[in-house]
Design a protein around this ligand. Structure first.
Ligand SMILES: Nc1nc2c(c(=O)[nH]1)N[C@@H](CNc1ccc(C(=O)N[C@@H](CCC(=O)N[C@@H](CCC(=O)N[C@@H](CCC(=O)O)C(=O)O)C(=O)O)C(=O)O)cc1)CN2
Ligand SMILES: [Zn+2]
Length: 774
């Protein structure tokens, strides 16, 4: 019986990697410093796994930005536009090329856009999308996976390197032109994988983990056939190398026959997400294959219920025998915060509730303890751990902090009238045009403005008690007033207050809702150096008092323009929190929806005429298997409608979504019945608009014209081009002009330049359209 995890968080328990990367990017430290920060984190992670007593220790789970981008660099899937970065030998290192692909490059007379970024399955982690071309050739370029294996070996640890499997790598990418299928590139790609494996084997690697999450997704026949070919070839070339084929985030379901037919030493299944699959997997597993049981939840912070896990292990033992069973985390711990022991403030995280939790470091111990409890020879000595665990599990089940009758009663008494606006969109649009009197192509932003070190510093000092409430409030009001004046000067039609008071668009709301607790250090990587600290829902959720009204009303008092109120929607609050697992997600979501509904009413009452309810995570929450979509969409759309429909026709409801891949769910998005939707589209050159060609979307739309994830400043010409593209498929009266998303990660100088260019593009578009009309 072997224990392992599929990967460990790489940000460092105090976000050391984030800090080191940002220092490097801003020119404040050398490449050597950054490389050394990476080295330290890897060593620490290996030592942690070793000390915990795991049998297999993972390598190549470290990444300076993203593990998919690492794979692109490994196989030289480097789009041509980046070639000048290395070719002109400006002293750039491989890592500079890598960061250019991730973040764009505007230096030395070069101006190169970043690669596209999208969500990693249904998580809040983002990966960099590989770009593929017809007949693309691959070759070994970055040797990171090999270097890190050697690095660990030199430290006395023979690791299990993890690679994104070739089929998943191809499926994760995108065809940059028509006329080919990226799966056909496998014949060019596979030799590079074989070369990597040859090098690893030569260096003494015994185990390799291939992450093939797509094996648990809906697959085409062609993808299935590709799987068979690829893993047969790998087995043929390396009959001695032991491979673990890792699936996660879903069940194998209809791919079970395929999965068990692939020649791997071990198959890993996610029993947290899809526990139902154990019996059929056990029944189908070939005689020599081992099964890695993904029992410890990599996606949530609740303690593992050992009694429940031991039942699974027992079942697997009976069928397979002890030697063919592995105990593991359900997926990589990348999605877990690092260390619960760092949560020492009992006012912030009550000890009673903390006792219900486990972060990544604790999960290592859980995996190892489960093995001890499963083996007769160690069972006795670990018995006290089982007892303590069952005590925590029982304490959570019986706690009186969790269930609140008034919240449950209110959910039960929701009526159909609580789920619709008073009039249909056409009527509302007329009334709103009259009430708001906005120009054609109104300009706006998505809500946040730069969260400077200064603003974050005020909050940090306030939290430490070094600033009084009044002083902190005053500083934020000054910053808000400055932002309102700046927007007036630029001539933005629908200003926002800037969200300076928010640490994060979800954590901020969590902090004001009952039923939530927080960590001080529970950071999880979102993309690159950016992290989030998901708040934790442990009980029934309700809103004790208004959450945003002060800020919106204050900002509105400074301008005649309609100030846009800014809320996060129920699905996104759910999706970006750690969620209780003792009731269906939909029930928790409905509770949040009612809290937001009350906030919307309070904003309207305070004179706010435009309210944006952000739902960037509605797409990411979509089940990974199509057969499950409808059920989810039904409750998610209902929750949004409960939150947004308690207003007069004249009040304009906006929503905002990032990540434009929702062509398939456009009908459901229409059913959200908002007045305006702003969406991320610029990195994909307005590809999203394809959906509108076939589907006449009922409401007004702001397709993002500027990529806010990159420090690059777009010109007004390129934004005008995107707007013209949008006008081909959208009626002029419905088109808004805005960036892709909020600007909190940007600096003020680039924000000022880019927003001025954007306003200029809107003006030019108005002039063009007016000249045509006249
Ligand atoms: N939850 C969530 N998910 C999301 C998004 C989102 O906005 N929120 N957006 C998309 C992803 N985009 C993102 C964009 C930006 C950041 C981001 O800026 N994160 C910040 C942290 C934000 C935060 O919580 N800030 C806190 C804490 C800041 C902090 O680091 N404080 C220091 C002290 C600071 C000081 O002394 O000056 C500390 O705790 O050590 C605050 O402002 O109060 C970061 O990585 O730096 C994250 C995700 C999708 N998923
Ligand atoms: Zn966004």
């Amino acid at each position: 019986m072997l224990t392992h995890i599929l990967g460990y968080p790489r940000i460092g328990s105090h976000r050391e990697l984030k800090k080191a990367s940002e220092r490097y990017w801003s020119g404040k430290s050398s490449l050597k410093d950054l490389l050394s920060a990476g080295h330290t984190i890897r060593q620490q992670n290996w030592q942690l796994q070793k000390q915990a007593g795991l049998d297999l220790i993972t390598s190549n789970d470290f990444s300076f930005y993203d593990q998919v981008l690492d794979m692109s660099l490994a196989v030289s899937a480097i789009p041509e536009r980046y070639h000048p970065i290395l070719l002109d030998k400006k002293g750039n290192a491989e890592l500079d090329l890598y960061f250019a692909m991730a973040r764009g490059y505007q230096k030395d007379g070069l101006d190169i856009t970043a690669m596209e970024m999208t969500k990693w399955f249904d998580t809040n982690y983002h990966y960099i999308v590989p770009e593929f071309h017809k007949d693309q050739q691959f070759k070994l370029f970055s040797t990171k996976v090999i270097d890190e294996f050697v690095e660990a070996k030199n430290a006395g640890i023979l690791t299990k390197p993890v690679l994104i499997g070739p089929v998943s790598f191809l499926l994760l990418g995108k065809e940059k032109e028509n006329g080919f299928d990226r799966l056909d590139l496998v014949k060019n790609l596979l030799p590079v994988y074989l070369e990597i494996l040859a090098r690893l084997e030569k260096l003494g690697a015994e185990w390799v983990q291939f992450d093939e999450p797509f094996l648990a997704m809906d697959l085409s026949d062609k993808a299935k056939a590709t799987y068979s070919v690829v893993y047969k070839e790998i087995k043929k070339a390396f009959p001695q190398l032991k491979s673990i084929l890792a699936t996660y985030f879903e069940g194998l379901r209809d791919n079970l026959d395929l999965a068990v037919s692939l020649p791997a030493c071990a198959l890993h299944v996610d029993l947290v997400r899809y526990p139902e699959q154990l019996d059929e997997v056990l029944a189908a597993l070939p005689a020599k294959t081992s099964l890695s049981l993904g029992l410890v939840d990599g996606r949530n912070i609740w303690k593992n219920d050992y009694a429940k896990s031991l039942d699974f292990i027992e079942k697997a033992f009976k069928k397979l025998g002890k030697d063919r069973v592995f105990i593991a985390s359900s997926c990589s711990l990348l999605h877990s915060p690092c260390d619960l022991n760092l949560e020492t403030n009992e006012q912030i995280l009550l000890p009673e509730i903390k006792d219900w939790m486990a972060f990544a470091k604790q999960k290592l111990n859980e995996v190892v303890t489960l093995k001890q409890l499963a083996q007769p020879e160690t069972k006795e000595s670990a018995a006290h751990l089982l007892a303590a665990n069952q005590h925590s599990i029982a304490s959570r089940k019986s706690s009186n902090r969790i269930h609140k009758t008034p919240v449950k009663d209110r959910v039960a008494s929701i009526t159909p009238a609580d789920e619709s606006r008073k009039s249909p969109f056409g009527v509302r649009q007329q009334k709103q045009k009259a009430a708001l009197n906005l120009p054609l192509f109104p300009t706006t932003s998505i809500g946040s403005f730069p969260q400077t070190d200064e603003v974050r510093g005020w909050r940090a000092r306030w939290k430490k008690g070094e600033l009084t409430d009044a002083h902190y409030q005053q500083l934020l009001e000054d910053e808000t007033a400055k932002a309102v004046r700046w927007q007036e000067e630029l001539g933005i039609d629908v200003p926002v207050h800037g969200e300076f008071e928010r640490n994060d668009m979800v954590e901020y709301f969590g902090e004001q809702l009952d039923g939530y607790v927080f960590s001080q250090n529970g950071w999880v990587q979102s993309y690159g150096s950016r992290c989030v600290k998901p708040p934790i829902i442990y009980g029934d959720v309700s809103r004790p008092q208004p959450m945003t009204v002060h800020w919106s009303a204050f900002a509105q008092s400074l301008t005649e323009k309609p100030m846009k109120g800014m809320l996060t929607g129920p699905v996104t609050i759910l999706q970006w929190s750690f969620v209780r697992d003792d009731q269906p997600r939909r029930d928790t979501c409905t509770q949040i929806a009612l809290a937001i509904r009350d906030e919307v009413s309070d904003l309207e009452r305070a004179g706010i005429r435009i309210i944006q309810i952000d739902e960037p995570a509605i797409r990411e929450g979509l089940p990974l298997r199509r057969t499950d979509w409808e059920g989810y969409l039904q409750w998610a759309v209902r929750a949004f409608r409960i939150s947004s429909t308690g207003v007069e026709d004249e009040t304009q409801i906006h929503t905002h979504m990032c990540y434009s891949e929702f062509n398939d769910i456009i009908q459901s998005i229409a059913e959200m019945d908002t007045d305006v939707i702003t969406i991320e589209t610029s990195r994909s050159q307005m590809e999203l608009l394809d959906a509108f060609v076939n589907f006449s979307f009922p409401s007004e739309i702001g397709p993002g014209v500027y990529d806010i994830h990159s420090p690059r400043v777009p010109s007004s010409e390129e934004m005008l081009d995107l707007l013209k593209k949008a006008l081909k498929v959208l009626p002029a009266r419905n088109l808004w002009v805005n960036p892709d998303c909020g600007l909190k990660t940007r600096k003020w100088p680039e924000t000022d330049l880019a927003m001025r260019n954007m306003i200029q593009a809107a003006k030019e578009l108005r002039a063009i359209v007016e000249s045509v009309v006249v």
